[in-house]
Ligand binder design. Structure first.
Ligand code: FAD
Length: 473
């Protein structure tokens, strides 16, 4: 009786415990990927693009071992039940996901298979620690990052799983498979030209990026992580999201090569910790993708406004750092973390738009769109989540630009209509004398907008709105 190996957000063959369990079982393996759209969080355009290429890559990796990736679309429970029946499957293995709807679905599938006396097991390959393994002194989940991560660091970190890929057995007959191209995950209107320049969405490319980052950038990560104008971060987030690389592999790539107890490497590891923390929160508080963790924020006086939201989405807020970020996001499906914080802050503070609207836009446009990390990022920005930036701390996007994009290179790259402005004015074009604007071909309100809300006014309005919340504390 063959083993059904169900791939999900674990699109790699190494360090894959479900794969290893399937090999160890000694029976032919049928790998399957099911395209089963989450009704609440259907894949965004950017993640569809990534998924297409990651699946093509996985097909290639499997074919090196004589295996095919069976593609099926529809309700996962029905697809599995059908495969089990038609192909006399003896065991079903997969690696766990942590989105609330997925947990409910997988638990039901597990129960069903057990009742049919089919062997069924799930494994952990996308986190260092399972969310239920980490508890504070009172036995409850953590809500603050620092003690959470301290607790994790005191535990021994898991090792990668060796998969004996030479021992895979191939089935005599293959189930029917749909064709990847027929899923039409790639855009019909080609907005993805820059994606191809920036990304190679294969496991091999992810491993190369990791190797390069450990060699060149992790030492200075303490600075690099804040500089959108440098290549100072690893850009591994989409590979991590799709499981083309796992956190255990990252840990091992660092171990022995750098001192993980200080400087850039320590900081980098703690960012992997933030990812873990995001999953911890999502698992223990499953309503966070749509509801604030701090309930008083349900009463926040947001002022939804389609035009403001559109200006932000298009990178037309008049704040160059933010606009550069929003355009980078649209062009390559990724934005530097420092700029994500600023772009998010402008939306929820200066523009008083609900954080959920920002989260939805990021969900649709990020190649690393991840329910746990995106929710955590937005709730952090809006000050309504676990360990968030307090709402009353309002970023000044001009000062942030001057501090972290000192020469304005990042703005020049993504907001070309400002490219000729001298660095002194690049983060505040409205302060430039007319002669400077004319020499740089900038016509304010025509080629580039004035700020949609003036900073001090936006800040004041945000703080007034926050004041109203006190009533509910
Ligand atoms: P690096 O700096 O190289 O960090 C290494 C890895 O650590 C990242 O790949 C990521 O997996 C993890 N990481 C780093 N920072 C964070 C963080 N603050 N929270 C959780 N994990 C982190 N990250 C996503 O992966 N998906 C999202 O949908 C997402 N949405 C965000 C939304 C907002 C509003 C904000 C402020 C942050 C969001 N982040 C998200 C977190 C962070 O911005 C990205 O993980 C990071 O920019 C990815 O780039 P990198 O791989 O070069 O990161």
């Amino acid at each position: 009786a063959p083993t059904l190996l169900w791939f999900r957000l674990d699109l790699r063959l190494d360090d894959n415990p479900a794969m290893q369990a399937a090999i160890a079982r000694g029976k032919p393996i049928i790998p399957v990927f099911i395209y089963d759209e989450d009704k609440d969080w259907p894949l965004g355009g950017a993640t569809r693009w990534w998924l297409h290429h990651a699946l093509a890559d996985l097909q290639e990796q499997l074919s090196c071992h004589g295996l095919k990736l069976v593609l099926q679309s529809g309700d996962s429970a029905e697809v599995i039940s059908d495969l089990v029946e038609k192909h006399e499957i003896g065991a079903v293995f997969w690696n766990r996901c942590y989105e609330p709807r997925t947990i409910a679905r997988d638990s039901a599938i597990k129960q069903q298979l057990k009742s049919q006396t089919i062997e069924v097991e799930s494994f952990n390959t996308s986190l260092l620690f399972e969310p239920w393994e980490i508890k504070n002194k009172t036995g409850n989940p953590f809500r603050v990052f620092t003690p959470f991560w301290k607790h994790c660091l005191a535990k021994s970190f898991p090792k990668t799983i060796n998969c004996d890929l030479g021992a895979t057995k191939v089935p005599r007959a293959w189930p029917d498979s749909e064709i990847l191209d027929d899923w039409k995950l790639l855009p019909r209107i080609s907005w993805d030209a820059e994606f191809y320049k920036f990304w190679k969405p294969t496991r091999k490319a992810g491993l190369n990026r990791l190797r390069q980052f450990v060699k060149d950038a992790v030492h200075d990560y303490g600075n690099g992580r804040d500089r959108p104008d440098w290549d100072g971060t690893s850009c591994l987030s989409p590979y991590l999201h799709f499981g083309q690389i796992g956190p255990r592999e990252i840990y091992e790539a660092l171990l022995g090569k750098v001192d993980l107890t200080k400087g850039g490497p320590r900081q980098y590891l703690s960012e992997i910790g933030w990812r873990e923390f995001s999953y911890h929160i999502l698992y223990h508080f499953p309503s966070v993708p749509t509801e604030p963790l701090r309930p008083e924020f349900e009463h926040f006086p947001w002022e939804p406004d389609d035009q403001l939201l559109k200006a932000w989405q298009k990178g037309q807020t008049g704040y160059p750092l933010v606009d550069a970020g929003m355009r980078q996001l649209y062009a390559i499906g990724w934005m530097h973390n420092r700029v994500r914080m600023n772009a998010g802050s402008i939306l929820v503070k200066h523009l008083l738009q609900p954080w959920q609207d920002g989260a939805r836009w990021f969900w649709d446009t990020l190649v690393d769109a991840d329910l746990a990390s995106n929710t955590q990022g937005w709730q952090w920005t809006a000050g309504c989540g676990a360990d968030g930036a307090p709402y009353f701390r309002v970023f000044n996007p001009v000062l942030q630009g001057q501090r972290f994009d000192t020469e304005g290179d990042y703005v020049r790259r993504w907001v070309p209509e400002l490219a000729k402005l001298p660095s002194q004015y690049i983060h505040q074009p409205w302060e430039a004398p007319d002669s400077v604007l004319a020499a740089a071909d900038v016509k304010l309100c025509k080629t580039y907008p004035l700020p949609v809300v003036e900073h001090q006014q936006g800040r004041r309005r945000a703080l007034d709105a926050y004041e109203k919340l006190k009533f509910f504390h």
